[in-house]
Design a protein around this ligand. Structure first.
Ligand code: GLU
Length: 492
């Protein structure tokens, strides 16, 4: 087989959407797997809707994800001459014709068909105009569109989609479609094919919504005498209500930038997105980059639509729980130095960064991240759930107060007692802290857990967390003593 060449051709009319990112990821994986090339092409022919901001956002999103391309970005508008030449060639070879039908005329015909409950298809009025007729109309300055001449013989466009299998579309069901508008602008359907031919694309991996275009695009390929690429259409991603996920109904949660903002790791997001529509054939969910490239294949793309499990009206659902679990896996297992680098901007943004974390308190910082990360799912969790480790003004979970403090009002006396014992320790570390806490519990004839959970609540604000004696050691004597002494505020 010749070199594999795939493309990612976003239309820059919004931000990089997770559906678009998934398309880019599949193409990127396929190129990597086959030592091929990924071409990035910005399909900016829709001048009204394409914006520089959107182009920047797409490039920025791809870079953040680590999706690299081998050629481009090319801009579709720079190839207008190619599109015009292709349209002319289709005219010259008799595969297309000029259609002078006025819009009002066509609208009226469409309305009549609709009233009669019939499907409307262009009636080919201009398909067989003589050269003289065409010349006369042009001389009279009549506007025209260019239409593709769909074969009239019996038959069908047949192709083998790598995901959906054999697809057949009868010629009789395809109208003579417009390829160039009356203002001279070629349609996307044509530009896309012309660019794919020029870019020598061998595999077109795109969303299932492109499937409706494919038979007409195949006709264009054939008419231009170009070799057909292999097509693979990917299933759509729907929400729990089976709606297509979109900016309009789901808001920023469908933007790649949102995941960056809430502290996803790029690979965590890629690993999640790749599973929306592809599987390795077993239940495996976690893949390193090398493993994913090795495992990825078009055969593994599912036909059924995938579900993005997100409950818009439930604030707990910041995204699909599976996305969080996968991201959490990487957060829990990545080298801590790397995690420290990634966490820094989040801490800085929240006003929690201390330059000493790169200097004298480096060890403390790394140990703390290692200690607390096990229950976190995103980098932002270090600044919210982990705030008590970096600042004294942290919130206390209501559930923790109810469960660990309110039920034992005597903790209002016991916790300050514990503070005194810890303050008096000549050597403050997890062992001495543990002994002090257990001894006090014994003297008070209470279960150590009551004291420990009470202490957890006032020193970390959280209901659950890592081993409490490690937590007390990490937070340090001064902070712990101060917080335990101040615990009376919870019992007022
Ligand atoms: N520009 C098109 C889009 O963003 C690309 C479709 C295709 O892959 O052919 O939907």
């Amino acid at each position: 087989m010749s070199e594999v060449r795939v493309r990612f051709p976003p239309s820059p009319t919004g931000y990089l959407h997770i559906g678009g990112a998934r398309t880019a990821i599949y193409n990127w994986l396929f190129a990597k797997k086959h030592n091929g090339k990924l071409v990035l092409r910005i399909e900016d022919t829709d001048a009204e809707r394409s914006t520089q901001e959107s182009i920047d956002g797409i490039l920025d999103g791809l870079r953040w994800l680590g999706i690299t391309w081998d050629e481009g970005p090319y801009f579709q508008t720079e190839f207008a001459a190619d599109h015009a030449a292709a349209a002319q060639r289709l005219l010259d070879t008799g595969h297309a014709y000029k259609c002078f039908c006025a819009k009002e005329e066509l609208d009226a015909k469409r309305d009549t068909a609709m009233d009669a409950k019939q499907d409307y298809k262009y009636d080919k009025t201009c398909r067989n105009l003589s050269a003289q007729e065409i010349e006369a109309r042009e001389a009279a300055g009549l506007p025209f569109v260019i239409r593709f001449k769909v074969p009239e013989e019996d038959g069908a466009v047949v192709f083998e989609d790598q995901v959906y299998g054999r697809i057949e579309r009868n010629y009789a069901d395809i109208e003579d479609f417009v390829i160039v508008r009356s203002n001279g602008k070629p349609l996307y359907l044509l530009c896309n094919v012309v660019d794919d031919i020029r870019d020598r694309i061998t595999h077109i991996i795109r969303g299932q919504d492109g499937l409706a275009n494919t038979p007409r695009q195949i006709l264009i390929y054939r008419a231009l005498g170009a070799q057909l690429p292999i097509f693979a259409h990917m299933p759509l991603t729907l929400d729990l209500q089976k709606r297509k996920i979109s900016k309009r109904s789901h808001g920023e949660i469908v933007a790649v930038q949102y995941y960056r903002k809430i502290g996803f790791l790029p690979w965590g997001l890629i690993n999640f997105l790749v599973l929306l529509g592809w599987s390795s054939g077993d239940d495996r969910e976690i893949f390193s980059q090398e493993e994913l490239i090795a495992a990825f294949s078009l055969e593994g793309i599912n036909r059924s639509n995938s579900i993005f499990n997100y409950k818009k009206d439930d604030p707990k659902f910041i995204t699909d729980p599976k996305a969080l679990n996968i991201n959490g896996h990487y957060l829990h297992t990545m080298p801590v130095e790397e995690m420290a680098t990634l966490t820094q901007p989040f801490l800085a943004e929240a006003g929690l960064w201390d330059a000493a974390y790169e200097g004298s308190r480096r060890d403390w910082f790394l140990n703390t991240l290692t200690l607390i990360r096990d229950r976190y799912y995103t980098l932002a969790d270090f600044t919210t759930l982990g705030r008590a480790y970096f600042a004294d003004d942290f919130e206390v979970e209501e559930r923790a107060v109810e469960k660990n403090l309110a039920k034992n009002p005597l903790l209002a006396e016991w916790l300050p007692l514990l503070a005194d014992r810890l303050a008096a320790l000549p050597d403050y570390n997890r062992e001495t802290v543990e002994t002090a806490a257990r001894t006090l519990a014994e003297e008070l004839t209470i279960k150590p857990g009551i004291l420990i959970n009470g202490a957890r609540t006032v020193v970390t604000g959280c209901l659950a967390g890592p081993g409490m004696f490690e937590v007390l050691e990490t937070l340090g004597k001064d902070r712990v003593v101060k917080r335990l002494k101040g615990s009376s505020r919870f019992f007022a």
